[in-house]
Design a protein around this ligand. Structure first.
Ligand code: 5GP
Length: 125
């Protein structure tokens, strides 16, 4: 069920629990600012999620409230993962579902990295 991105952060969301180590994930990268892991239901040969470590529901509160270091760290982590996964040369898709109309289901900001095959003009669900 898509979320309301204007609601306060819920520390019991699934990605918060992954960050706390309460639920396992297949980590592909981690640093001070971000965690990247394989999506549990991949929609492309490469489907990695990158999340900031801070408690942000979506782009709105992240862009308004995160520090410059958090924003830079998250953006750099996304780029690092794309390079590390070999996505830069063939190309890839970076996507964030945000809020109800955006189809966001997990209320912790995340971006999807899709790649490993030609993706066409858009992904469908
Ligand atoms: P959204 O629709 O919010 O942009 O995407 C949420 C994504 O999180 C989905 O692609 C879904 O497969 C993935 N996901 C949901 N629960 C888990 C989980 O427990 N572990 C992992 N690795 N991915 C999850």
């Amino acid at each position: 069920m898509p979320i309301d991105a204007t609601k306060p952060y819920n520390p019991d969301n699934i990605f918060a629990r992954i960050l706390r180590g309460e639920i396992p994930c297949k980590t592909v990268y981690e640093d001070e600012w971000a965690l990247a892991f394989h999506d549990i239901a991949p929609q492309a040969p490469v489907h990695v999620l990158v999340i900031p470590k801070g408690a942000y529901v979506a782009w709105d509160d992240f862009s308004a409230n995160a520090s410059a270091e958090e924003i830079a760290g998250f953006v750099r982590a996304v780029g690092h993962v794309a390079r590390e996964q070999g996505l830069v040369k063939p190309g890839y898709r970076l996507l964030a579902n945000l809020g109800a109309d955006g189809g966001q289901e997990v209320p912790h900001l995340h971006v999807h990295l899709f790649g490993g095959k030609p993706l066409g003009p858009m992904l469908t669900r």
